[in-house]
Write a protein that binds this ligand. Structure first.
Ligand code: NDP
Ligand code: GDR
Length: 328
């Protein structure tokens, strides 16, 4: 039987790399959408994922999406591409709407056109717990009402409903994974977990004195990205398409993360090392998120493997190695 073919947007991002590794290990032929002229992450991806064929295109450019689909002829399309940093979405709301919101619509429309009603191409949309925002109930599940608190959250709600709409209108096999925060050794440095672990590593090596953060009382349901991409893949392997919450079911504050991260380098009282700055606060905050992933557990048989404590431990250890190598 011919190998299955998958197209991944957001291939240069955290989830893109883990998902591509999973798909390659399962024998897929993997295509990754890469944007821009001379994308600085191209070399890193080519080195890390030599089995992935990169195809140039952009979620804001419909014709590039059509030609990418024509070229790659995928069985499965994973739409992970987005402006994904919530803070940035406040300063660049139109760009966020265009990429994170309309980008999903363009890709759905391109899939509909290229699929031509055959129902062959399966589609995954990277929805987010940020759609719950100012939460209506705790924990949050697939039926919890949305109340997004950022241009990013609003754009994701649009993309989420568009995915549902294409499923209901055109019979597309289209799923959304409502993923709660997932982190890793590959997490971007703009996100709070990686900002903390790389700073902790640098502090331990005498390369940095302190760390400046915003709201350390925010609580998130944090898992490991390698676990989460498995759920994304499982969603596209079912009899029928549906939406699923992907979460660990545990919530921890940024303070808890700081406790564990600093404990890794033998510091119990981190307060003198962490400064607060309004620049890292958001115009509207999401205070608490915790997901109920019972449906994913029951239908997909999915459970996360990496605990919160292990996640922090792994991230700090990896950053210490990176910083040591840099220092050397
Ligand atoms: P990253 O920020 O690490 O990656 C985002 C990806 O989107 C990058 O590959 C980026 O490419 C790409 N991208 C940005 N703009 C465009 C564009 N105009 N056209 C094509 N691609 C573009 O995100 P993650 O890997 O963490 O997340 C993957 C997806 O899951 C995102 O949609 C995110 O919103 C969503 N999500 C993530 C969660 C998490 O906790 N990680 C939780 C819930 C949802 P480039 O490198 O060129 O900038
Ligand atoms: P989030 O992740 O907004 O949840 O979105 P982020 O790590 O940016 O923030 C988490 C919480 O930490 C607080 N915080 C800070 N955040 C950052 N980035 N930098 C700081 O200095 C800082 N200080 C405190 C934030 O206010 C927030 O409450 C992530 C992204 O991956 C989204 O794409 C995804 O959809 C959601 O997770 C689920």
């Amino acid at each position: 039987m011919a190998a299955k073919r998958a197209l991944v947007t957001g291939i240069t991002g955290q989830d893109g790399t883990y998902l591509a590794e999973l798909l390659l290990a399962k024998g897929y032929q993997v295509f990754g959408l890469i944007r821009g002229q001379n994308n600085p992450k191209r070399a890193m991806i080519e080195q890390m994922l030599p089995g992935v064929e990169l195809v140039e295109g952009d979620l804001t450019d419909m014709s590039s999406l059509l030609s990418t689909l024509e070229y790659s002829r995928p069985d499965e399309v994973y739409n992970l591409g987005a402006i994904s940093f919530v803070k940035l979405s406040f300063s660049q709301p139109e760009l966020t709407g265009n990429v994170t919101g309309l980008g999903a619509l363009r890709l759905l429309e391109a899939v509909r056109i290229i699929d031509g009603g055959k129902g062959h191409i399966r589609f995954y949309q990277a929805s987010s717990s940020e759609m719950f925002g100012k939460v209506r109930e705790t924990p949050q599940d697939e039926l919890t009402a949305f109340h997004p608190r950022s241009p990013y959250g609003v754009a994701k709600v649009y993309a989420h409903y568009m995915t549902m709409n294409y499923r209901e209108s055109y019979g597309l096999y289209a799923c959304s994974g409502i993923a709660f925060n997932h982190e890793s050794e590959r997490r971007g440095h703009e996100f709070v977990t990686r900002k903390i672990t790389s700073s902790v590593a640098r502090i331990s090596l005498g390369l940095q004195k302190d760390l400046t953060l915003g709201n350390v009382d925010a609580a998130r349901d944090w898992g490991h990205a390698a676990d989460f991409v498995e759920a994304f893949w499982l969603m596209l392997q079912q009899q029928s398409p549906d939406d699923y919450v992907v979460a660990t079911g545990e919530t921890h504050t940024v303070r808890d993360f700081l406790d564990l991260a600093f404990a890794e380098i033998g510091i119990d009282d981190w307060a003198p090392l962490v400064k607060k700055d309004a620049r890292f606060m958001r115009p509207a905050e999401v205070d608490l998120l915790v997901g109920d992933a019972s449906k994913a557990r029951q239908v997909l048989g999915w459970t996360p493997k990496v605990s919160f404590a292990d996640l922090v431990k792994r991230m700090v250890a990896a950053d210490i190695e990176i910083e040591k190598a840099r220092k050397a």
